[in-house]
Design a binder for this molecule. Structure first.
Ligand code: DAH
Length: 401
């Protein structure tokens, strides 16, 4: 024992700690067993956990202060269990002491104890009720608050336009064809009658997949520059007649500006059957443009060139903004150029016949057309910058909700 009554630790080994703690515990148990009155109990409490002279407090402070770092955890754990031992002792001693006091008490003392117990119980009940109230508050809902509005999704203006175009042709009996965005040189160019080295290829520069120099040109992969390769893919899969529209994303090495984007969208069309003529092509596209822009819109066809159609034409529609009178939108010409088309070149059927002999240009004929979805969407919705369609900017997109 030291002068202040705190036992001295002989060392920091587990065995020495065990012995020291066992001694303190024994002291605690012996003292607890001797408690007889409520006053004893209060003295016991002060003796062990009083803030100034409490033994547990003082022992823990002294032992921990002197302990080497590696023993601190061990001592801490032992104090924790000593502390709970103390709390159990207080609980059982309190019951015992109060019972004994009650039994030997005068009637007045008895009544005071009963009153104290009742007060305690009332206090306990109130605490419990308050806790329950708090818990209820925490989960309470305010039924007068407006509901949480779930935002409705909306079709992107590009997709909406694409669907609209596709539906116009579906109503005319067309079905939908799809194809890969990473395409071979053969389907994107050669089979569409762009021979290797042909200058028409230069108008459709694109990204090519790297590291394919050892493959023959026709097998090399690139990002498709138009949806036309799906014409060939479809005809290879299916004998005539064919009536399909092909919506999809295409890529070109174009610098971005207000009307150009290196990624854009097209809807391609192909109709092949016995006896298809240029009149069918004109009638079909004229009808489609009226459906798309209103029945007062007129169309006109100009000679043009595409390697895979012969003859080829560019189609203009009368300006839907000014009705043909001339405005800024149509550069005061009254007309807007909107799509390319033509009669399928027999050379294209020649490529397809390698797999589907029924595409015999002496027996069947067809027309094809292609239009830019982005441009049409921009016209329909008054969008001045193609980049907005790819910006993902909600302030722009929410206007279509
Ligand atoms: N593929 C052409 C382009 O991207 C568009 C086109 C023109 C498609 C005429 C056709 C067509 O099917 O007949 O420039």
């Amino acid at each position: 024992m030291q002068d202040d009554g705190i036992p001295t630790l002989k060392g920091w080994s587990e065995a020495e700690l065990d012995a020291a703690f066992a001694a303190v515990c024994l002291e605690l148990d012996t003292e607890a067993a001797s408690l007889r009155s409520v006053d004893d109990l209060e003295a016991f409490r002060l003796h062990w956990i009083g803030r100034k002279q409490g033994r547990l407090t003082a022992i823990s402070r002294t032992w921990l202060k002197n302990a080497p770092p590696e023993a601190k955890k061990s001592i801490g754990e032992r104090f924790a269990s000593l502390k709970s031992r103390y709390e159990e002792e207080v609980k059982s001693a309190a019951l015992r002491v109060v019972k004994a006091e009650y039994e030997r008490g005068t009637p007045a003392r008895k009544q005071a104890l009963v009153q104290a117990a009742e007060n305690l119980e009332a206090e306990y009940r109130e605490l419990k009720a308050r806790a329950r109230e708090k818990a209820l508050d925490a989960e309470a809902i305010d039924i007068t608050l407006p509901g949480r509005r779930r935002k409705l999704g909306a079709e992107h203006p590009l997709i909406r336009t694409q669907h609209e175009i596709v539906r116009i042709f579906q109503r005319m009996g067309y079905s939908v064809g799809l194809g890969p965005e990473v395409e071979t040189d053969y389907y994107n160019f050669e089979s569409l009658n762009f021979p290797p080295g042909h200058p028409a290829r230069d108008t459709q520069d694109t990204l090519v997949v790297a590291g394919q120099e050892r493959k023959p040109l026709r097998e090399r992969l690139l990002m498709r520059t138009h949806t036309s390769p799906v014409q060939i893919r479809t005809m290879e899969q299916q004998p005539p007649p064919v009536r399909i529209v092909i919506p999809g994303k295409v890529h070109r090495n174009d610098a971005a500006d207000a009307t150009h984007s290196p990624i854009f969208h097209q809807v391609e069309g192909l109709c092949v059957d016995v006896g298809i003529t240029f009149a069918d092509l004109k009638g079909t596209l004229d009808h489609a443009m009226k459906e798309l822009f209103g029945s007062s819109v007129r169309t006109r066809f100009f000679p043009s060139f595409f390697p895979f159609t012969e003859p080829s034409a560019d189609v203009q529609i009368s300006c839907p903004f000014c009705g043909g009178a001339g405005c800024r939108k149509c550069k005061h010409s009254g007309w807007i150029e909107l799509l390319g088309c033509g009669m399928v070149d027999p050379a294209v059927f020649g490529f397809v016949r390698q797999k589907q002999p029924l595409y015999d240009p002496s027996r069947i004929s067809g027309f094809a057309f292609g239009m830019g979805v982005d441009r049409i969407a921009m016209m329909k919705y008054g969008i001045g910058e193609i980049g907005l369609l790819y910006s993902g900017d909600l302030r722009f997109l929410e206007q279509f909700g």
